[in-house]
Design a protein around this ligand. Structure first.
Ligand SMILES: Nc1ncnc2c1ncn2[C@@H]1O[C@H](COP(=O)(O)OP(=O)(O)OP(=O)(O)O)[C@@H](O)[C@H]1O
Ligand SMILES: C[C@H](N)[C@H](N)CCCCCC(=O)O
Ligand SMILES: [Mg+2]
Length: 228
């Protein structure tokens, strides 16, 4: 499948690992699809893979594949799949892999010609090392994409979120919006915490994802919008 013009694309960053980047990205994919857009997710670098049948697959890549309009193939969706669920530069070193931009960029460019919306999920927080001289923030810069920041709403997230917003601005990247993901159902004063971030983040709140035990991103999609 090939589209006439390259997709609109965003880089999905998070305040930390395990705060709902994949969940929010899948929900955004469903939101785009429900508006009639073809949408694909991408996980350029993943750490942690399971052997299923004859392929090694990362669970984020599997979730993004399931949420996309069609399966573009794992080679494009997740060009760098490291086995161990650890920091990527450590997993890469153990496997003798050197993570470089070229194959990641080639896969992204190919995906971008196949859909109207492409969402690229980062790894962990905003600045995770890939190699001695390269990290996930460098990748966001090299892809040249506007960012969407997923904030995992829990105690401690205010500083993580504001530092991440600073780091994004420091690199000259546009912040297209942010998402409040309620990962902690026991968080005290959730409304006031969201309000504190709304007052301080110079980008629109694209939606709030409630805590949901079943974690169905299709349902969550109705709580989100893509940036204008
Ligand atoms: N709003 C929510 N309600 C309930 N559970 C959630 C919510 N958001 C995320 N989770 C759960 O939290 C866990 C971590 O979410 P997710 O895998 O999306 O995080 P991540 O930021 O993508 O992590 P990683 O850094 O590994 O990529 C998952 O089990 C997911 O189902
Ligand atoms: C394995 C895990 N699920 C993540 N994808 C990798 C998170 C790396 C975090 C590195 C760090 O900042 O300490
Ligand atoms: Mg993820």
């Amino acid at each position: 499948m090939s589209t006439e013009k390259p997709a609109r694309a965003w880089f999905i960053a998070g305040t930390d690992t395990g705060i709902g980047k994949t969940f929010a990205t899948c929900a955004l994919l469903h939101a785009a699809r429900s508006r009639g857009k073809t949408a694909l997710g991408m996980k350029p670098v993943a750490a942690g893979a399971l052997r299923i049948g004859d392929e090694w697959i990362n669970e984020d890549a599997a979730a993004l594949r399931a949420a996309g309009s069609f399966d573009p193939g794992l080679a494009l969706l997740n060009p760098c799949c490291l086995r161990e669920p650890i920091a990527p530069h450590l997993a890469a070193a153990e496997e003798g892999v050197h993570i470089t931009l070229a194959p990641l960029l080639a896969a992204f460019d190919a995906l971008r010609r196949q859909a109207e919306v492409v969402l690229v999920e980062g790894v962990g927080g905003f600045r995770v090392p890939f190699a001695a001289d390269y990290d996930s923030a460098d990748l966001a810069v090299d892809l040249g994409l506007p960012l969407i920041l997923v904030v995992g709403m829990r105690l401690g997230c205010l500083s993580h979120a504001l530092l991440t917003v600073e780091a994004i601005a420091h690199r000259g990247l546009p912040l297209a919006g942010w998402i409040a993901n309620h990962v902690d159902p026991a968080m005290l004063r959730p409304e006031q915490n969201v309000a504190a971030l709304e007052e301080r983040i110079p980008a629109p709140l694209l939606g709030r994802l409630p805590w949901c035990a079943d974690g169905d991103p299709r349902q969550a999609a109705s709580s989100l919008r893509l940036p204008d």
